[in-house]
Design a protein around this ligand. Sequence first.
Ligand code: CP
Ligand code: NVA
Length: 307
Amino acid sequence: MTRHFLSLFDWSPEELRAMLERAAKLKAARGKPTRGRLPLAGKTVALIFEKASTRTRVSFEVGVQELGGHPMFISAKDSQLGRGEPIRDTARVFSRYVHMIMLRTFAQETLEELARYATVPVINGLSDKLHPCQVMADLQTIIEHKGPRLEDHTIAWVGDGNNMANTWIEAAAQFGFRLRVACPPAFQPDAAVLAEARRRGGRIELFDRPERAVEGADAVNTDVWASMGQETEAERRRQAFAGFTVDDALMARANPGAIFLHCLPAHRGEEVTDAVIEGPASRVWDEAENRLHAQKAIMERLLRTAD
Ligand code: CP
Ligand code: NVA
């Protein structure tokens, strides 16, 4: 049966773990000679973007090509999608041409409708609600720097209760680590995601202040205060997020040796200081690199469901 990668809840904890293990192997094997047919040989992956991207576009294009396939970049606004062609029609047409579809979209519903009508696997390349490819790369980074027993780790989220925060909440349920979250009152994570993660046994605690959330943390995460599509709210958000900047003083409250993660792009001086992102705790470049490896593992796994 064709499966999709829209949310970390689409896969079992064991399946997600296996993808991370495969991602580590793909990272170690990169650039070495390969034997046999590559998994995407003769296949095309459509990469559809309604929003801007640097990492997602480049890491998917390179990843598809390294798996032997052809990546096809499609800007939604330059296709008939931009002129109002329904996503369900696009899904059925694309399924006749390509072997997998990645979509970056404003609305999770668009992604879900695409997946409902597509007969090929669909990957969430970021929606307003979730960014699962990014969190898989982040977990790979945490394993590299803090060890593989994720259930022993404590991870902090500081800032907006946005698509990244929601995905971290899903990840807490699926991987068993403790998650400590601090968001301003009006910018809390999705209540339904939180309830479902807790129902699945997720150990997630919410705090008012970032200082409390980072206590005992092995990794401190943040993201922009105004996500794509929220540009007009940027000034209001800057005021609401006062005190939520990840700076050296905040990092000093986390566990000794705690690492700093940010999905990027970052706004230095807002959610993180230049000193932290450029400092010794920062693992943001490894994190960006791991998008490539994690997504290759995800695509390989999806192909096994598609034939
Ligand atoms: N982190 C991330 O998804 O980056 P891009 O917006 O550049 O793709
Ligand atoms: N929360 C950010 C993540 C960008 C990769 C956004 O949605 O714009």
